[in-house]
Design a protein around this ligand. Structure first.
Ligand code: IPM
Ligand code: MG
Length: 357
């Protein structure tokens, strides 16, 4: 089969981790007889520098005409002084909205060979950790009405959290479908003791749950969830939540695995279309030094094969190669806390390519 992939290398370490992911995809193509065609496009700071805007129309068009999007990272110090709506990060929000990527899957997996990197006590994580945050990605306070206004107390600003029943329903369906393929447990996170939008959220999720009698549904407030995540993270299988709560909780979940350099993500639209990117950012402090861990991007490519292209055997092969490289003791600098054989970005790519049978 022939697959067209729009590739957004982006800023900072983005280009170097993307380069390794494309090498791994090429190896998969050779091994399993697929052709991956890459169309490199600009977004973020790289786009600002060449076109003046963070998300050129051409990028949107090419992404829309491709089968999937693979993104490195956007942002960096260089553009930190730009006004809010001109910053590189706006490109991400624009892509999510333009491409209809309403479902963000952020797995937090503790790799057996990296368990020492987890900041929690061994007894809390014994037996491993494998949860996924399903974050609503195109609604809520990120995209609600916002503005500045004069009030009795002086100048003020506001951002509105608004969710339609339909937006909640479709993300709940993604979460329950996912739970059916995993541990059959959904935790819906809200702040229903305070927010009207959360009360609607909770009601709609309960309605959707009736179609999934095998799945256990729990409702938790977001403050309690933040606490439970470090007290007893093993209780979680699928967490479904709003855009902003998902932003916060997915960072927390990623840190308890101790290796943010390992975590992939998928942002899915209706149908099989998706954008895939590592959870880590552009890390400008180590850009261009062959120090970045490309595994999160490589695992994002694996998610793309699995979710958008339906190539689960090929996705398994990538995930296994990554685990084998870790099991053989190789570590990029971010994973070196407890020793190992230190390797750089490119060597990590070489090894994973070699380990793919
Ligand atoms: C994320 C990031 C983005 C978000 C920023 C960069 C706009 O934090 O993907 O989690 O808040 O969604
Ligand atoms: Mg975030």
């Amino acid at each position: 089969m022939n697959y067209k992939i729009a590739v957004v290398p982006g800023d900072g370490i983005g280009p170097e981790v993307i380069e390794q992911a494309l090498r791994v995809l090429d190896k998969i193509g050779d091994t399993y007889n697929h052709t991956f065609e890459y169309m490199k496009v600009l977004a973020g700071g790289a786009a600002i520098d060449t076109t003046g805007g963070c998300l050129p129309q051409e990028t949107i068009d090419i992404c829309k005409s491709s089968d999937a999007v693979l993104l490195g990272a956007v942002g960096g110090w260089k553009w930190d002084t730009l006004p809010g709506d001109e910053r590189p990060e706006r490109a991400l929000l624009g892509l999510r909205k333009e491409l209809g990527l309403f479902a963000n899957l952020r797995p937090a997996i503790l790799f057996e060979d990296l368990a020492q990197a987890c900041p929690l006590k061994p007894e809390i994580i014994s037996g491993g950790l494998d949860l996924v945050v399903v974050r609503e990605l195109t609604g809520g306070i990120y995209f609600g009405e916002k503005g500045l206004k004069e009030t009795d107390l002086g100048p003020a600003a506001y951002d509105v959290e608004l969710y339609s029943e339909e937006e909640v329903r479709r993300i709940a369906v993604v979460a329950f479908d996912m739970a059916m393929k995993r541990g059959k447990k959904v935790t819906s996170v809200d702040k229903a003791n305070v927010l009207e939008s959360s009360r609607l959220w909770r009601r709609v999720v309960a309605e959707v749950s009736k179609d999934y009698p095998e799945v256990e549904l729990n409702n938790l407030y977001v403050d309690n969830t933040a606490m439970q995540m470090v007290l007893n993270p093993k209780q979680f299988d699928v967490i479904v939540t709003s855009n902003i709560f998902g932003d916060i909780l997915s960072d927390e979940a990623s840190q308890i695995t101790g290796s943010i350099g390992m975590l992939p993500s998928a942002s899915l639209a209706k149908g099989n279309f998706g954008m895939y990117e590592p959870v880590h950012g552009s890390a400008p402090d180590i850009a261009g030094q062959n120090k970045a861990n490309p595994m999160a991007t490589i695992l994002s490519a694996a998610m793309m094969l699995r979710y958008t292209f339906g190539l689960s055997k090929e996705a398994d092969a990538i995930e296994k190669a990554v685990k084998d490289v870790l099991a053989a003791g190789y570590r990029t600098p971010d994973l070196m806390a407890n020793g190992g054989k230190e390797i750089g970005t490119k060597e990590a790519g070489d090894l994973i390519v070699d380990f793919i049978a």
